[in-house]
Design a protein around this ligand. Structure first.
Ligand SMILES: Cc1cc2nc3c(=O)[nH]c(=O)nc-3n(C[C@H](O)[C@H](O)[C@H](O)COP(=O)(O)O)c2cc1C
Length: 154
């Protein structure tokens, strides 16, 4: 077992892509929020959480807020994924103060794949992002500041 867990929630795969790149780079264990137990969380020294923005809310963040007593005893970093151009400070600012005070928070640009969406989600997404076509902004090198942050933990 690694000492760092990369915990993530992903609907269309962008956050998952970043989580997998991260796991390769820092040799961490990888788990989805839906599959993780309190015991799993307790076993790690460091946890990196990743979730995408959906109408300003972070997918999967409940796992953090509901288990904050466990998280606050660990080294924690977050990466938020969204279509808005970086730095998307508004999304970072809207996180609970307890999380921002304790954890390093990073923002990464995601992807939109209209092929994977239903009609209404596609309409909503086009209105939010103004992107007329599917587009993928994910890139491994965007993880560099986060990797540097977690590397200074050890
Ligand atoms: C219904 C909907 C709402 C979204 N809301 C936001 C938003 O508020 N801010 C943002 O930057 N991106 C927003 N996005 C874009 C997603 O965060 C982006 O597509 C991300 O890559 C999805 O990651 P995932 O596939 O890992 O879930 C939204 C996407 C959808 C489909």
């Amino acid at each position: 077992m690694a000492k760092t867990l990369i915990l993530y929630a992903s609907k269309y795969g962008a956050t998952e892509k970043y989580a997998k790149w991260l796991a390769e780079n820092i040799h961490g264990d990888l788990k989805k929020t839906a599959a993780v137990t309190k015991e799993d969380l307790a076993a790690y020294e460091c946890i990196i959480f990743g979730g995408a923005l959906y109408a300003g809310r972070v997918n999967g963040i409940k796992k953090l807020t509901a288990n904050w007593d466990t998280f606050k005893q660990k080294k924690v970093a977050l990466f938020l994924v969204g279509m808005a151009p970086p730095p998307n400070q508004g999304a970072i600012d809207s996180l609970p103060a307890a999380i921002k005070d304790h954890a390093g928070v990073f923002y990464l640009r995601g992807a939109v794949d209209y092929e994977k969406m239903g009609f209404f989600t596609r309409l909503l997404m086009k209105a939010i992002t103004k992107e007329p076509k599917s587009i993928d902004f994910t890139e491994e090198k965007a993880l560099t500041p986060l990797i540097e942050y977690v590397t200074q933990w050890s």
